[in-house]
Write a new protein. Structure first.
Length: 455
C-alpha cells in the first residue's frame, strides 16, 4: 500500500511556496494551510503482459512462404523448435541446437529412397526399379557404415587442397564467360548468363565429360533433379526423370570404362588410380555415386552464386565493404550460406524411437531439418536477420554437419567465390533491376528462376 498525504485545498503546494497568478503574475497572500488529512490509496496494478501472438501453421510451399520463408520460420522456431506438423506429416526441427542433435543422433536416418519410391504414380512404377536402385547407391541416402565406406573413395579428391588445383582454371573460365555474357551496361539474367552454366562447365571439365556431350549430360541431370527435389508430379514427368537417371548411369558407366583404358586428368581417373574401386567399393556403386556428384555438382553452386550476389546487391553497405576489401569475398560467401543459403532443409526419418527436446519421436517418423531456420536462430547467431559480411563465423549449417557434411563444399566455395570476386571488383555498375523475383517452388532448395541485373 502507498500512503499519500494531501491537502483539502488544491491550491496549496507541497513545499508551501507562494502561489503566482497565471494572469497578473502577482503573488497571492499567504495563509496558513488547513490540517492535513491522511488517506490510504491502493496501488495501481501493473498492466498484464500482452498475450503472445497466436501461431498459425502454414504450408511450407505456400507461395508467400516459399518466396520469403524467414519471417514464418522465425515464428515457427519461436513457437516450438521441435513442432509436429500434421499438415506435413513430419517433425519440423527449426532450432539450431535441436537440429545439431539430429545431425549427430544415430537414431536419425538418411535412408529415404523408399519414400521417393512411394511417391511415384502407379503407372510409372514399372520404370522405377532400376532408377531407385541407382539412388540407393547415393551417399546422401545411406547411413554409417555404408555411408562412410562409399564416401571415403572420394574424400581425397574433394578435399580443399585437391580442389585448389583447379583455382586458376575456374578463374579463367569465370572471366571468359563473363566477358562473353556480361558486357558492362548490358541488361541480362545472372542465372542464365553465369550462375547456371559456369558450375556445369567447371564440374563437367573436372568429371571428364567432353564438351560435345554437355547438353545431354545436363539435361539428364536437370530431370534427375525434378525427381529428387519433388518437382516431378505427373506420371509423364516421373517417367522422364526415371529414364534420365538410367541414361545418366549408362553414360557414366561407359565413361568409367574409357578412363580405365585411357586415364585423363579428371576426377574419374584420379579415383580409379586410388585402387579402391572393385575392392572396398564396387564399380556399380562407384557409377551410382557419380550420378549423385553430377546432379549435385551444379545445382547447389548455381544457387549459392545467385543468392550471394542478390544479398550483396540488396545490402549496398555490405557490397561496398567487399569492394573496399576483396579479402571479404570468402566471408561474404559464407554469410550468404547462412543468411539465404541454397538449401532450406534436409529430410530424415527416425530409425527407432528417441527423445528430441522432450518430444517423443517414433520410429518411421519423418523429420524436416530446417537449416534455413536454424541458421537464423538468435540463440546461436547475434542479429541473425542481418546480412553481415564481417560476421566471421563459418559455423552455419548451410553445408550440413558431421558425417553428411556436403562433400562438395570446397568446390562450391571455390566457384562461387570466383564469380563474386570478379563481379564485385570488375563490375562497379552491377545493379538489380526493379522486377519481382520468382523462387522455384521447392521444400528443399532455395533457388531463383532468374535474377535480372544490369552489368
Amino acid at each position: 500500500m502507498t500512503v499519500l498525504t494531501t491537502n483539502t485545498n488544491t491550491n496549496t503546494t507541497a513545499d508551501m511556496s507562494p502561489l503566482v497568478c497565471p494572469v497578473t503574475g502577482q503573488t497571492a497572500p499567504q495563509t496558513a494551510p488547513p490540517a492535513a488529512v491522511t488517506r490510504t490509496v491502493p496501488p495501481v496494478p501493473p498492466a498484464p503482459p500482452a498475450p503472445p501472438a497466436a501461431f498459425t501453421e502454414r504450408y511450407l510451399l505456400d507461395p508467400a512462404v516459399n518466396a520469403d520463408p524467414y519471417g514464418y520460420l522465425n515464428s515457427l522456431r519461436d513457437h516450438d523448435p521441435v513442432y509436429w506438423s500434421a499438415m506435413h506429416r513430419a517433425w519440423l526441427v527449426t532450432g539450431h541446437a535441436q537440429l545439431m542433435h539430429c545431425l549427430r543422433a544415430p537414431a536419425v536416418s538418411a535412408e529415404r529412397v523408399r519414400p521417393l519410391m512411394d511417391a511415384v504414380p502407379e503407372g510409372a512404377r514399372e520404370d522405377a526399379e532400376r532408377a531407385f536402385g541407382i539412388l540407393s547407391r547415393w551417399m546422401v541416402f545411406n547411413d554409417a557404415p555404408q555411408h562412410r565406406r562409399l564416401r571415403q573413395v572420394f574424400q581425397e579428391q574433394f578435399a580443399a587442397r585437391s580442389i585448389g588445383r583447379y583455382r586458376a582454371f575456374v578463374e579463367r573460365a569465370t572471366r571468359a564467360m563473363l566477358t562473353r555474357r556480361a558486357v558492362p551496361g548490358r541488361i541480362g539474367d545472372l542465372v542464365a548468363d553465369i550462375a547456371r552454366p559456369l558450375p556445369a562447365l567447371v564440374f563437367a571439365r573436372w568429371l571428364g565429360v567432353p564438351q560435345a556431350h554437355g547438353p545431354s549430360f545436363w539435361y539428364w541431370n536437370a530431370r534427375v533433379g525434378d525427381l529428387v527435389l519433388g518437382a516431378a508430379q505427373e506420371e509423364r514427368e516421373y517417367r522422364t526423370s526415371l529414364q534420365s537417371l538410367v541414361n545418366l548411369d549408362d553414360y557414366l558407366a561407359d565413361l568409367v570404362r574409357q578412363r580405365r583404358a585411357d586415364p585423363k586428368d579428371d576426377l574419374i581417373s584420379a579415383v580409379l588410380a586410388g585402387g579402391q574401386i572393385g575392392k572396398s567399393v564396387s564399380e556399380e556403386e562407384f557409377v551410382g555415386m557419380l550420378t549423385q556428384m553430377a546432379f549435385a555438382g551444379g545445382e547447389t553452386t548455381s544457387n549459392l552464386i545467385v543468392n550471394a550476389v542478390l544479398a550483396l546487391l540488396e545490402h549496398p553497405e555490405q557490397l561496398a565493404a567487399v569492394r573496399e576489401d576483396p579479402a571479404l569475398v570468402s566471408m561474404a560467401v559464407e554469410e550468404a550460406m547462412r543468411f539465404d543459403g541454397p538449401s532450406k532443409m534436409s529430410i530424415r526419418t527416425a530409425a527407432r524411437d528417441f527423445d528430441l527436446d522432450g518430444r517423443s519421436v517414433r520410429a518411421e517418423d519423418r523429420l524436416f531439418l530446417v537449416t534455413a531456420a536454424a541458421n537464423r536462430d538468435p540463440a546461436r547467431f547475434p542479429d541473425p536477420d542481418v546480412f553481415n559480411v564481417r560476421r566471421g563465423s563459418a559455423s552455419h549449417l548451410g553445408f550440413g554437419f558431421g558425417a553428411h557434411f556436403c562433400i562438395g563444399a570446397a568446390f562450391a566455395r571455390l566457384v562461387a567465390g570466383a564469380v563474386v570476386d570478379v563481379l564485385v571488383r570488375e563490375y562497379p555498375g552491377l545493379e538489380l533491376l526493379d522486377q519481382q523475383h520468382t523462387w522455384q517452388p521447392s521444400l528443399l532448395n532455395r533457388a531463383l528462376t532468374s535474377l535480372p541485373v544490369r552489368y
